[in-house]
Design a protein around this ligand. Structure first.
Ligand SMILES: [Zn+2]
Length: 203
């Protein structure tokens, strides 16, 4: 079967490029040398510190980004560590509270009101840590959804073409049941269709 890859909008072939090739053209990596300065602590006191670091940067053109096959996944490791660190003061408060009750000469004076107040206090101290851990869990779930759907989305994305004259993306043949072939889509609409095929269009 002959599959025509001419643009469904202008019916021309000359400025049509496959989306993976376009994406490869639009993403480049460059190395830069950055000079940084700061203050170091030594036994003699504070010292100025200078250094040079080579930084690798990934540059993506706006067009490649608008045709991206998946959203960027956000790291969760550092956020989890921060959340756990923020919970440490609450843990100390619990330990101190339990210790003071256990060592109290008169345990009967520990009434419900004091316990409720202590719980409220610990909850208040723990709130920032719990909030940060909640954000980390949300990101983790989002990353998981992207990982599960990316294989399906990539197959759809891989089969697409883009016309540089019209600024539209299209599929010569329908790549998935819900996506029609030979129909021009604006980049944003194209990206939504790809992400939707992966199940992560609305996250
Ligand atoms: Zn065209």
């Amino acid at each position: 079967m002959d599959i025509g890859i001419e643009c469904p909008h202008c019916r021309q072939l000359d400025l049509v490029q496959s989306v993976p090739a376009l994406h490869a053209d639009g993403v480049s990596t460059s190395s830069e040398t950055n000079v940084y300065s700061g203050v170091g602590v030594a036994s003699t006191g504070l010292l100025p510190v200078y250094g040079i670091a080579t930084v690798e940067r990934t540059n993506t053109t706006a067009l490649a980004r608008s045709l991206a096959r998946e959203p960027a996944r956000r790291p969760v490791g550092r956020l989890t560590t921060l959340g756990l660190l923020l919970l440490l003061p609450a843990l100390f408060a619990v330990v101190i509270g339990v210790a003071s009750v256990a060592t109290s000469d008169n345990p009967e004076t520990t009434n419900l009101g004091i316990l409720a107040g202590a719980a409220l206090l610990v909850g208040g101290i723990a709130a920032p840590g719990l909030l940060v851990l909640g954000v980390a869990a949300f990101r983790g779930r989002r990353n998981g959804r992207i990982s599960r759907g990316r294989r399906t989305a990539h197959a759809v994305w891989h089969a697409a073409f883009y016309c540089h004259r019209c600024g539209v993306a299209f599929w010569p043949m329908s790549p998935a049941p819900a996506i029609p072939g030979r129909q021009a889509f604006a980049p944003q609409h194209f990206r939504w269709l790809v992400w939707n095929a992966g199940g992560y269009a609305n996250i």
